[in-house]
Design a protein around this ligand. Sequence first.
Ligand SMILES: Nc1ncnc2c1ncn2[C@@H]1O[C@H](COP(=O)(O)OP(=O)(O)OP(=O)(O)O)[C@@H](O)[C@H]1O
Ligand SMILES: [Mg+2]
Length: 452
Amino acid sequence: MSSLRSRQSLKFESTQPRRSGRLKEERVLVEKNVIPLPEKSSQKKLDFPARKRRQASSVTHKSASPTKKDKNDTVLEKAKSAFHSSLPSHLMCRDEEIDHMQLFLHKHMESNSPGAMYVSGPPGTGKTATLMYLLDQIKDNGSDTIILNCMTLTTPQSIFNKIASELGLKKGSEKVIIEHITSSENMILLALDEIDQLDSRGQEILYKLFEWPSLPNSCLILIGIANSLDLTDRLLPRLKAHPHTTPDLLIFPPYTKDEIMLILEDRLSPETSSMIDSMALQFCARKVAAAHGDARKALDICRRAVELFESQMKSEESSEKNKVNISHVSLIIEEVYGGTVKRADVAGSIPLQQKLIACSLLLATRGKSSKDVPLGKLYSTYVKVCKKQELRFESQSEFVSLVNMLEAQSIVTIKRGKEVLLHKVSLHYEESELAHILKDQALLSAVLDKGF
Ligand SMILES: Nc1ncnc2c1ncn2[C@@H]1O[C@H](COP(=O)(O)OP(=O)(O)OP(=O)(O)O)[C@@H](O)[C@H]1O
Ligand SMILES: [Mg+2]
């Protein structure tokens, strides 16, 4: 996704008066009345103007006078849709982070000065949503803006080709890009999401990218988002070691229980909330906050709890009965975070993505003496396997929760280390047993034949 425009008319939409206690340069801008920033409020709900709630559009009415059961089905459909973890229509509880990123953009764009920002935080903490919210705010105001998700790159090196093509340059070499960004008349905003994917030996590529804003006459404003803290631990000290490459740092903390509760409640209408016990939401918020504070996970748990309730309703034919309650949420949480979930061979079929991960793990350890694979390495094997099989693959954070689910089903064991990507994963089963467990000899053979 990218858009190239001239930067002259960049403006932020917010018009609220500012609050006290901000950074010095921010005060100066306020005094000059250049661009006011929004007033802070911990419960403020920020709209994505261009976006409509999925909830409203995803429901089809079956008949002109629906029965009570039809109505329930419709409400459940709406609730499932509302808990979808795609880009939200409202951004909640991220005022501090929005202010910080907004101030950074404002400062560099208004004064035509280059700069770099490094954004990091655990999965599902709203990093991408915040970036997209702010870019949405400035999208019609003119700037040369490039947004790239590095997950889409086949190799770290291909970032140069991609950036060059977005800039409209004929050659994808680093030299040509540097010539462009040091001679451009317009400021260029380059937002790179999931820069973990650019992690090459010694972080050379990432380091080069973060050096670009400090080149003489550079017109580049760079925002890099890392979704694993592992990269932050390794890259940031190196960037900070040189004053000219020190980026502005923005860390997204995990959400607290109250914040998750606000995010969940915001998704519901009076109609959908009537189908979900508020205690169930509280329980989910508490559990997720205690684990990783990941809003995506909280939404997924709620969506799956609604699905579970729906399937129970159908099988028990007791549509009169109650609503989604703590027991539904608790069952799903056990599945996501481990616990007493039964083995896969008893529990039934395993979703395709989990099968692919299990097959990738077998492939990665085949013929090796060690049966442990670091989670980060397993992820790259899994991505390669999916590409070979021409199948879609999940983001790194989703992948981590899928591996947790495999552990909950006793298919893999995870030896937890200090950093997530260094957790060691091993398979419980031999090759022949795995085909039986996965009930998918064809997939296993295809993965083993094609390799990665
Ligand atoms: N503050 C929020 N308000 C509303 N919804 C949110 C908020 N934060 C996260 N979400 C929901 O969670 C989803 C995941 O958030 P997001 O993609 O921004 O996380 P992230 O920090 O970029 O995670 P990752 O590191 O895995 O890329 C969003 O698409 C949205 O549905
Ligand atoms: Mg993200």
